[in-house]
Ligand binder design. Structure first.
Ligand code: ADP
Length: 503
């Protein structure tokens, strides 16, 4: 089975070139999870052809029938939750409780979207003319290409795939090269749930090869991408030139504001979770803590004592609070940001090093890192690091805190801790983010609400919530004349008797 990992038109195949790549456990790089097809344009084109073949029949399948498969998928994900969670700890590195949360998100998404199978897909609206029936219906867009990251290896594919399938689209899925095994397991469960041949195809491989070929493929009408801003910009530009629909969910520089009246214990717990959960590798990770000077010392000391005693270990250990980061390249990148932060004048309170001794030798572990005296214009306060690194920015007022919170190119998630209702609601209005939390950390989205960001985090689309149907459907407006008269009645013209200027 080594390298035979592309599901194309119902058959598991190797790449046309026969090339392969490996996935390794980031907690122990000597542990090879598996060997996967390293695919290129030829493989992508075969998968797109299979998806195109399957499309007419799937499009005509009644939504409740499509939904029934998603419902079974939810049941299968529940059945396999523990096995998938353990595999996720091994392939991606997050700790077991978080891995279970990742799978649970896909279960929630399956049931939520399955329910749409019997919900209104469109609207009937009154006509301005007599005996005309007007309706607008959602229609599928055709073959949808999905390009996903490694940080939520089960949840993110579910966000993209389930709405697209319910809407009647067929899929070519190119998962992240760091987590192909989880993607394959996900697709196997869909097959077991009864997804018809060719409706979901998976092609494993690298972004520059398989991913880029998927974007270029003429048969793909829509791309849904989650990943870095640099890659998203490149994909969106190509989709612009090719006039494809594209939904991009990209970087963030999320922040937590702690005001002088905040419940500090609660804020510290929130900061710990948002900054170091998933080793800081969540799109919603808080890498800026914007703290009022009156509570700065109390907040900093409480947070520091917690971070300094944080348990970093392979996620298989139930005691572990934080696992490794995804790979060596990311480890080096995180460390170079920490060195940059020190050169920029931020004060390193704890962490700041690659953990390479005492059981950490074989993996990609980074010490949870906390800076103080970070200023808003430092690069570590502006650029996404995607690791267990955060810093405190001290502020003197509510207004200054809001301005700093909004002062980045990104706009995914911002949070504010206060007991003051008036300031809470002002912040809800003023914060420039797709997701705002009050007295909660920047991470913790529920699937029935839209997820996505403003500014350079997104390009106007949302995942999850019923809005998830938008990226993968077009609207078709339909007018039906049921009059028995042979008169043509023109909209706008014949409904308002013409009054010329000189009559
Ligand atoms: P990261 O480096 O954080 O993994 P990327 O944005 O590079 O983030 O990767 C996210 C997804 O995009 C992965 O599935 C990757 O293979 C894919 N990808 C990377 N580069 C390209 C590209 N040029 N075209 C299409 N997909 C790409």
């Amino acid at each position: 089975m080594d390298g035979v990992t592309n599901l194309i038109g119902g058959k598991w195949l190797p790449s046309a070139s026969g090339s392969t790549f490996e996935s390794r456990n980031p907690a122990d790089l000597s542990h090879i999870i598996g060997i996967y097809a390293r695919s290129e344009a030829q493989d992508i084109e075969a998968a797109v052809a299979a998806a195109q073949n399957a499309y007419p029949d799937w499009r005509r399948t009644p939504p409740p029938e499509r939904a029934a498969i998603l419902f079974r998928m939810g049941q299968l994900l529940e059945k396999h939750k523990e096995r998938l969670s353990i595999l996720m700890v091994e392939e991606m590195g997050k700790v077991l409780v978080e891995a279970r949360g990742d799978v649970q998100e896909a279960i929630d998404m399956a049931y939520y979207i399955a329910a749409f199978g019997r919900m209104p897909f469109g609207s009937v609206v009154p006509s301005e003319r007599r005996d005309i029936y007007c309706m607008a219906q959602r229609v599928p867009v055709g073959v949808v290409g999905l390009i996903t990251p490694w940080n939520f290896p089960i949840a993110i594919p579910s966000w993209k795939m389930f709405p697209a399938l319910l809407a009647g689209n067929t899929i070519v899925f190119k998962p992240a090269e760091d987590t192909p095994q989880l993607a394959i397991e996900f697709v196997r469960l869909l097959v077991e749930a009864g997804i018809p041949t060719g409706v979901v195809n998976i092609v494993t491989g690298y972004g520059q090869e398989a991913g880029a070929a998927l974007v270029e493929s003429q048969g793909v009408t829509t791309i849904s991408f989650t990943g870095s801003t640099a890659t998203g910009r490149q994909i969106a530009s190509r989709c612009g030139a090719l006039l494809k629909r594209v939904s991009c969910e990209m970087g963030g520089k999320n922040g937590i504001v702690v005001l002088d009246d905040a419940d500090i214990d609660l804020a510290v717990k929130g900061a710990l979770w948002s900054a170091y959960g998933t080793s800081g590798q969540r799109c919603t990770a808080a890498s800026r803590l914007i703290v009022h000077r009156d509570v700065h010392q109390k907040f900093r000391d409480a947070l520091l004592s917690q971070v300094a005693s944080f348990r970093v270990e392979a996620g298989t250990n139930p005691e572990a609070q934080m696992g490794p980061v995804i790979n060596r390249a990311q480890l080096d990148r995180i460390h170079s940001y920490v060195e940059l932060g020190q050169r920029e004048g931020a004060k390193l309170l704890t962490g700041g090093k690659i953990l390479s001794e005492g059981g950490f030798e074989k993996g990609c572990f980074y010490a949870p890192t906390l800076f103080d005296s970070m200023t808003p214009q430092m690069r570590i306060a502006q650029e996404e690091i995607f690791g267990p690194v955060t810093g405190i920015i001290e502020v003197s007022s509510f207004e200054e805190a809001l301005a700093i919170a909004n002062g980045t190119l990104y706009g995914l998630s911002l949070s504010l801790y206060t007991q003051d209702l008036s300031r809470a609601f002002r912040a809800i209005q003023e914060l420039e983010a797709g997701i705002v939390y009050i007295n909660l950390p920047t991470s913790g989205a529920e699937i029935q609400l839209p997820f996505g960001g403003v500014k350079q985090t997104g390009n106007g689309h949302r995942e999850a919530g019923w809005m998830a149907m938008d990226y993968c459907t077009e609207w078709k407006s339909v007018y039906v004349n049921y009059s028995t008269s042979s008169d043509l009645v023109r909209a706008q013209i014949d409904v308002h008797p013409q009054k010329g200027h000189n009559t």
